[in-house]
Design a protein around this ligand. Sequence first.
Ligand SMILES: [Zn+2]
Length: 131
Amino acid sequence: MATIETLKKKSLPQLKAIAVTHFHKFIRNRDHGQPCISCGKHTTLQAGHFYSGGKHPTVRFNEDNVNGQCMRCNYYFSGNLLPYRDNLIEKIGQERFDKLTLNVQMSKRTGFKWSKLYLIEIIEKYKALNK
Ligand SMILES: [Zn+2]
């Protein structure tokens, strides 16, 4: 098992990739057996972002922002966001959805910088949750 010391020696892109692996595994486990958040089909799910993880780094690892989604909606329909929005509000409630949106809007003003510590915390958190 990689210790924190081992993780500290890794680069930001390496840490980001490890964090994605653990976080996405958590999302797939959490939503296992549920239908695709966008089209409602029961199939193998991927971790699909509502607000793009690339454009909105503050919600890249936000559990409300990432939900089980089929490959068709995730890749070919670019997230299939219209039904995603409705079903996400139904899943987490309007209040949490508004909070998520506010998070995205605020980060446009405040900016965001990745740090090793932030990513190591994500890795440790989801590694433990996936056990
Ligand atoms: Zn789908």
